[in-house]
Design a protein around this ligand. Structure first.
Ligand code: HEC
Length: 141
């Protein structure tokens, strides 16, 4: 009886792990990511390979790009951060930044409404949304 309970608990645990792994692999929706990008990023960023700086730097090829490397007129906060601790926009950094830009990079202009920016971006709290968005950003190359 006791053994049976342990055995079935282990099986439930295994099933949960498998399901979670499966979700991690297939639970990405690039077209949902594109919609998010069009709605939440396109207002300030060029998402095409025209590579134009708008309110923010162009995002073409941003995944695995060196942060602060495309000659945009970055804020002092941004410049200071990438010169003191340079990093690359890999998925982990993008995820952290997009979750809470101002926590990741305090003072970034991306979250500010001043400076002629009518809109501001405060972050995407939903993990699955960020994942879809980053999956879409990966296609921009
Ligand atoms: C309100 C305008 C605005 C919105 C909306 C916005 N951004 Fe930004 N973004 C900026 C600005 C301005 C910068 C430059 C930051 C600085 O200089 O502090 C920036 C910088 C970035 C960078 C750094 C790029 C580099 O060259 O290192 C990334 C990555 C980025 N944004 C991604 C996004 C994504 C993805 C979205 C949509 C979820 C988004 N941004 C939404 C204005 C915006």
């Amino acid at each position: 009886m006791y053994q049976k309970l342990i055995r079935s608990s282990i099986m439930v645990l295994f099933a949960a792990i498998l399901l979670f792994g499966f979700w991690e692999m297939v639970g990405v929706d690039v077209s949902a990511g594109k919609r998010l990008a069009d709605n939440h990023c396109g207002v300030c960023h060029d998402l095409t390979n025209n590579k134009l700086h708008e309110k923010g730097p162009y995002l073409w090829g941003v995944v695995n790009r060196q942060a602060g490397s495309v000659g945009f007129n970055y804020s002092d906060a941004f410049r200071n951060r990438v010169s003191s601790t340079p990093f690359v926009w890999d998925e982990a950094h993008l995820d952290e930044f997009l979750k809470a830009p101002n926590e990741f990079l305090t003072g970034t202009r991306m979250t500010q409404t001043t400076n002629k920016h009518a809109l501001a971006f405060s972050g995407i709290t939903d993990r699955a949304n960020r994942k879809n968005l980053i999956a879409y950003l990966k296609t921009l190359h």
